[in-house]
Design a protein around this ligand. Structure first.
Ligand code: GDR
Length: 347
């Protein structure tokens, strides 16, 4: 009998951790889901995927080198996926120290723990498109593009991914970096704009109430599917050598269009009127307001729109996305309709 391999996901209560756990279980892996004390109540994503009883939960604190060493020594994972840290870009201006501590020093602790306890282990580190500098909207960003992050979050991720590269080069660790553009799905947290839209459209459709308050509707992002990106991460760790890869679709969509796709999917007939802070989206059929712009959600230093070029990833693992952004929007809002119909409104 072939022995099952063991994977450890650090930061497994988030969107990517849950999808990845599902992919790994389906492929026969023993999956340890590492979570920080205090986030045990956030297992709703694992529950949603019906895998909470199939994974092994383990308490991990990446701020604690000794704790990390102990966990790695006892689990001896073949693969480690590191997702732990701060993920909300806008908040990083308010909490720059926490952001760097969690994302940069936390990653350094993970690298040191691997080097000292399980140096044969393969690592995947989730970095971000926020590591790039400002770019022309029509240029797709690749692994070779200029790295000049414009917020504490991007700086924390860039420093962390450089540490991963250095440990790969210097200590010969099999450590890969995913430079991840936005990736979405029904397990997204509600502070991100796509899920804010899907959650509130379901609320409006079923319970009525006030329109959704959004920030800049003309902001655009390269939105892919979290389920696809996590599958690609798994394939990358099967490769002989480790490297850095951009994960992106190469297509930009505005927040306005994401809202439009989502609203149409639940039977609204969205019409956008006005401009800037005065813009509103109404349902043409009922006259009901769906969304309004609130300056409260404008970001003083918002990242400009830019798409990614995933050619290197595509060539390496023959990867392709399974869904268009319209399909992602539809899946998200229909899942939220289903949740609300069942009385689930707290996830
Ligand atoms: P982002 O994602 O900052 O790109 O980071 P987010 O969904 O928060 O914002 C995307 C764009 O939407 C605009 N926007 C709003 N955003 C939020 N959150 N709420 C609003 O009401 C709203 N209205 C408009 C924003 O201004 C922005 O332009 C995500 C995270 O997953 C990071 O962890 C990851 O590294 C990057 O993507 C790549």
């Amino acid at each position: 009998m072939i022995k099952s391999k063991t994977a450890l996901i650090i930061g497994a209560t988030g969107q990517d951790g849950a999808h990845l756990a599902q992919h790994l279980l389906a492929a026969g892996w023993i999956v340890y889901c590492g979570f920080r004390r205090g986030s045990a109540s956030k297992t709703w994503r694992l529950q949603h995927l019906n895998i909470l009883d199939k994974v092994k939960l383990v308490n991990i604190n990446i701020d604690e080198p000794f704790n990390l060493n102990d966990v790695l020594k006892s689990i001896q994972p073949e693969h480690i996926y590191h997702f732990a840290g701060e993920s909300f870009v806008a908040d990083s201006f308010i909490h720059p120290v926490t952001t760097l501590q969690a994302n940069t020093l936390g990653t350094l602790n993970v690298l040191e723990a691997i080097r000292h306890t399980v140096p044969e282990t393969r690592l995947f580190f989730a970095s971000s498109s926020e590591v790039f500098g400002p770019a022309e909207t029509n240029t797709l960003l690749s692994e070779e593009s200029r790295l000049k992050p414009a917020n504490p979050y991007g700086i924390s991720k860039l420093t962390a991914q450089e540490l991963v590269r250095m440990y790969r080069d210097t200590y010969n660790l099999h450590a890969s970096v995913g430079i991840l553009f936005n990736h979405e799905g029904p397990l997204r947290g509600r502070n991100f704009v796509t899920r804010k839209i899907s959650f509130n459209l379901a609320r409006l459709k079923i319970d009525n109430g006030d329109p959704i308050e959004l920030g800049a509707l003309s902001s655009a992002r390269d939105w892919g599917a979290a389920e696809d990106y996590t599958a690609a991460m798994m394939s990358l760790l099967e490769q002989k050598t480790a490297d850095d890869y951009v994960f992106a679709t190469g297509k930009l969509t505005t927040v306005r269009d994401f809202l439009r796709f989502s609203a149409i999917a639940v039977g609204f007939d969205p019409l956008f009127e006005g401009t800037g802070a005065e813009e509103v989206c109404v349902d043409k059929t009922s006259g009901k307001p769906i969304a309004v712009v609130s300056e409260r959600y404008f970001r003083p230093f918002d990242t400009s729109a830019r798409g990614g070029n995933s050619k290197k990833l595509i060539n390496k693992i023959n990867w392709q996305g399974s869904r268009t952004v319209e399909q992602i929007a539809t899946e998200m809002v229909l899942t939220d309709i289903d949740r609300r119909t069942k009385g689930i409104i707290n996830v």
